[in-house]
Design a binder for this molecule. Structure first.
Ligand code: CMP
Length: 138
């Protein structure tokens, strides 16, 4: 059993897609083990995305991620890290397949509706970044 961090980003929340996205998650039999609606401040967003701090899109990414509420989720299931990445589709919605969340709902490579951890190491970092152990149910 594995866990990953999923985020419904500000564009997804603003477009009223929370329900649609959670429906896709639950339809797949994936368990939501932790969930919170919040608005990130710059310090939180910069710490979360520190691996991208030297990328040219970093400031724009932080502006976007702090522009409105997000939904943070800890998802749990067999191979959930790769499973959630399949459900999200490619980072760039233009390259994401039909039937994926980003392919169906994304706007561009920045405003791509959802986030998912890319490895077990980052999943542990990212879940611990936002959730206390007592906020996760097993
Ligand atoms: P995410 O999976 O959350 O990880 C980093 C985010 O940075 C990514 O989704 C996009 O929102 C954004 N991103 C990645 N590549 C680019 C890019 N080339 N230009 C703008 N934003 C990007």
């Amino acid at each position: 059993m594995e866990r990953t961090l999923a985020i419904i980003k500000p564009d997804g929340v603003a477009a009223g897609l929370i329900g649609d996205i959670i429906k896709r998650i639950e339809y797949e039999g994936v368990k939501v083990a932790g969930m919170r609606l919040t608005q990130l401040d710059r310090r939180q967003a910069e710490g979360f995305y520190y691996v991208h701090r030297s990328k040219p899109f970093f400031n724009s990414l932080i502006d976007y991620m702090t522009s409105g509420p997000v939904v943070l989720m800890a998802l749990q299931g067999n191979n959930i890290i790769s499973h959630w990445r399949e459900l999200m589709g490619a980072t760039d919605p233009a390259k994401a397949g039909r039937g994926t969340i980003r392919g169906d709902m994304g706007t561009n490579i920045e405003r791509n509706v959802v986030h998912g951890s890319d490895s077990n190491e980052s999943a542990i970092f990212e879940i611990n970044y936002f959730f206390k152990g007592t906020d996760i149910v097993t």
